[in-house]
Design a protein around this ligand. Structure first.
Ligand code: NDP
Length: 405
């Protein structure tokens, strides 16, 4: 039905390529490009062995717009699935506009020299995409992505008004390393070391970062994973959800961390290893966080002996027909099962599967429209069905647990 170009051949790119190959009636031609072509070739070989499907591969520097435009003009894909790094979002959007190609990603733009992410830079492309009659779909991984879809589904089917949303992200898996991150270490550590924000009654409230002794945390009893310490964190989907979920009074995001992870992060921060500015080292300039990334395990390689589950979902409190109701929508994903299917751990899997489904919605024309979209602005029903079919089944239950006031 359509040709897609995946950009990025890391942990998530591997999953997207394989899940697209599992749906050859939708993705009739798959091409894969990244900075290091050998990584694309490696994925293409696995896809050929597993599904007998050919993927064409390319080297591209996605920071370079003319290089991207040349590649897009050569391939002429229907859309780009951007699973490179957030730093490349704007250059890839620029190239898509120039080459008349639809766009999708899983993480919002952040500048390299400022550990700060927000949608304003990408929302500013609204008119340009509208004028070209092209669609740009932002944040279609799990969180952001599926969490936004859960909210859209709750708004459409379960509530007249949603008053509060708590997004709870638990990784109860064990990869056997003393310290590793489940997606790109640089992006992950930049996110986790930030000042925390949540939204209440129309304003953003700041609280200390996760490594601070005064950070906000509590124990949540996760389905299948059990009680886990969950830390309040700022996460990008809240920025669009406060605009798109009507009547919302409060939204918070929580993520589980083990004590060893927090201790490592505290030490790394204290000794300056999480710095993102250049320092002199033996006459060279190095960025400590980029050097640290080079030492840490590649997230794509963590899958081998990874055991345990990832449990991500949303707790809603609101009203339907004048009655208060509390509901919990969640998915449970098993690391070892993901590895068996696509040789990836659950964090890459839970990101790559929704990215493929988002692309499927666009290719099939179920989601269409010129402009820049966050996923909760689109109809959630077909996407929710595909989650069940494609390996991320979800459940809705009445919620009778406790959350902090
Ligand atoms: P990885 O670091 O494993 O992979 C990133 C890939 O992008 C690598 O192949 C890398 O190439 C490539 N890349 C980096 N810079 C460039 C460039 N300038 N030009 C071309 N290719 C480039 O990251 P992940 O796979 O773990 O994550 C991918 C994306 O998914 C990230 O944006 C991340 O934030 C997002 N994500 C979203 C989640 C969600 O739920 N929404 C959850 C987890 C991740 P090279 O190998 O040469 O370095």
């Amino acid at each position: 039905m359509s040709k897609v170009l995946i950009i990025g051949a890391g942990g998530v790119g591997n999953v997207v390529a394989k899940k697209c190959a599992q749906n050859p009636d939708v993705f009739t031609h798959i091409e894969l490009a990244s900075r290091t072509k050998s990584k694309c070739d490696d994925i293409a070989k696995q896809v050929k062995d597993l599904y007998n499907i050919e993927i064409k591969t390319h080297a591209v520097d996605a920071d370079n717009v003319p290089e991207l435009v040349e590649l897009l003009n050569e391939i002429k894909p229907f859309m780009v699935i951007n699973v490179a790094l957030p730093y490349q979002d704007l250059t890839i959007m620029d190239a898509c506009l120039e080459a008349n190609v639809h766009y999708m990603d899983t993480a919002n733009y952040e500048p390299k020299d400022d550990a700060h992410f927000e949608y304003s830079w990408q929302w500013a492309y609204q008119d340009k995409f509208k004028e070209k009659g092209l669609m740009a779909l932002l944040g279609c991984g799990f969180d952001p992505g599926v969490t936004n879809i859960f909210c859209a589904y709750a708004q459409k089917h379960m509530y007249d008004t949603i008053k509060t949303i708590d997004i709870l992200d638990c990784n109860a898996g064990d990869h056997g390393h003393p310290f590793a991150t489940n997606f790109n270490p640089e992006i992950n550590i930049r996110e986790v070391t930030q000042v925390v924000r949540h939204w209440k009654n129309g304003e953003w409230i700041e609280t200390p970062p996760v490594m601070d002794d005064n950070c906000v945390h509590f124990t949540f009893d996760y389905p299948e994973a059990g009680p886990r310490e969950s830390y309040m964190l700022y996460h990008e989907e809240m920025e669009s959800l406060v605009k798109n979920i009507k009547g919302l009074e409060r939204i918070r995001f929580w993520m589980t961390f083990g004590q060893p992870y927090i201790t490592h992060l505290k030490v790394l921060e204290n000794v300056g290893m999480t710095r993102i500015d250049e320092v002199d080292f033996n006459g060279c300039k190095i960025v400590p966080l980029q050097f640290l990334k080079a030492l840490l395990p590649d997230p794509g390689s963590l899958g081998h002996n990874y055991t345990g589950k990832a449990v991500i979902g949303c707790v809603f409190d609101g009203e339907k027909g004048g009655e208060q109701q509390k509901k919990y929508i969640y998915n449970v994903c098993d690391h070892a099962e993901c590895f068996k299917e696509v040789q990836a751990q659950a964090v890459s899997y839970t990101t790559g599967v929704p990215a493929m489904i988002g692309a499927m919605m666009m290719v099939k024309g179920i989601w269409s429209g010129a402009g820049v979209w966050n996923v909760e602005q689109l109809d959630p029903d077909a996407f929710m069905d595909e989650l069940n079919r494609c390996g991320l089944p979800w459940q809705v239950v009445d919620f009778d647990g406790e959350l902090p006031a």
